[in-house]
Design a protein around this ligand. Structure first.
Ligand SMILES: [Zn+2]
Length: 212
């Protein structure tokens, strides 16, 4: 492995899993071109996040195309690469959602639905067996509400909105959210759980999209 993360040998298995995730998501049409970004929390206190670097094709990531950032989204280890412009969204999910892994994808169905529901601010999914794929859900007789945020180049203020929704005591943001015309953010306690959430969301988005 080249690049700067060489003295962090413990990272190799996680990088391998993230490279494989990119290959899989690219093949399934959820992470085309240089879209998407993926991260794994290496440490919560202080926060250290292993994150895909900006601008690389997610279907053909190589192990040098990752960076490590801190709780302010600043590079915590020297790197020739830049962190993604969307780093702060990963950081707030690592900080305030208890996430161990965060996956951001740009699928066709997610994008279509996000545009259809942005004026309502959220999208409700109810009654599907697939809802049981989300952590903490044990029956299909339930509903999940997915926030839909307007797209913005002002990631700092979007991240602030997301973080305050995560801390909302009455109806906190759970499982994931959409950004209109853009894509999905979801997370899990670890990478396998986050991947399961992406798959479940994509299945449900396609069902809802086809029904519309
Ligand atoms: Zn994005």
């Amino acid at each position: 492995m080249s690049g700067m993360l060489t003295n962090s040998d413990g990272l190799s298995p996680m990088i391998t899993e993230l490279v494989e995730t990119g290959r899989d998501f690219h093949r399934r049409g959820w992470s085309l071109a240089t879209s998407s970004n993926y991260s794994v929390v290496l440490n919560h206190e202080p926060l250290r996040l292993l994150l895909t670097a900006s601008g690389f094709d997610k279907g053909r990531l190589n192990p040098s195309q990752f960076v490590v950032v801190d709780r302010d989204g600043i590079l915590a280890e020297p790197s020739p690469h830049k962190a993604s412009a969307e780093t702060m969204l990963h950081v707030v999910l690592g900080r305030s959602a208890g996430a161990g892994a965060i996956l951001h994808t740009h699928s066709v169905w997610g994008t279509l639905l996000s545009e259809a529901y942005v004026s309502q601010g959220s999208l409700r999914i109810a009654g599907y067996e697939m809802l049981k794929a989300f952590s903490g859900i044990t029956t299909h007789e339930t509903a999940v509400t997915i926030d839909v945020f307007p797209n913005s180049q002002d990631i700092a203020s979007l991240a602030q909105r997301v973080e305050s929704r995560l801390k909302d005591r009455t109806a906190p943001l759970r499982h994931g959210f959409l950004i209109s015309g853009h894509g999905l953010y979801t997370w899990g306690r670890d990478l396998p759980e986050a991947r399961r959430h992406v798959e479940a969301f994509e299945f449900l988005f396609e069902i809802l999209g086809r029904k519309l």
